[in-house]
Ligand binder design. Structure first.
Ligand code: THU
Length: 138
């Protein structure tokens, strides 16, 4: 199994932990750090809806809160319970969180199975973005 396939497999496995009593839409994510470590995430919903956290942000916030700042790739797998039919693209909020910590070349891997995936760069998924450098004065 390739490294990308392993990352996809981990993302698919993380769907098991999704807390989704409202949508039933299970998403898992596996975030590869530049040092080779992997942080996982699932979506966590809330009765008040807006506090819901996507799988991708769960993975990012776990990693950042443990001191990680450099990231290479994230695998994402999502869909209604059962077999995954479609590729699950990250929402706009998650793309913006990626933009905070990642280079243009960061790889976003959308997995249906460990060996069936599409790869995009962050630049492709969030062109003409607003980022940390826009707040610098000079
Ligand atoms: N969701 C994610 O976790 N990641 C995505 O990429 C898309 C959407 C979650 C949020 C919510 O719990 C459910 O999927 C339906 O929108």
């Amino acid at each position: 199994m390739t490294d990308v396939e392993k990352l996809c497999e981990t993302a698919i496995r993380m769907r098991e932990y999704a807390y989704v009593p409202y949508s039933g839409f299970r998403v898992g994510a596996a975030l590869l750090c530049a040092d080779g470590s992997v942080y996982t995430g699932c979506n966590i919903e809330n009765a008040s809806y807006t506090p819901t956290n996507c799988a991708e942000r769960t993975a990012f916030f776990k990693a950042v809160s443990e001191g990680k700042r450099a990231f290479t790739a994230i695998a994402i797998a999502g869909g209604p319970s059962g077999k995954i039919v479609d590729y699950c693209a990250p929402c706009g909020v998650c793309r913006q969180v990626m933009r905070e910590f990642c280079e243009d070349t960061f790889q976003i891997i959308l997995a249906r199975t460990p060996s069936d995936y599409q790869i995009y760069t962050l630049k492709q998924m969030l062109p003409a973005a607003f980022g940390p450098e826009n707040l610098q004065e000079d």
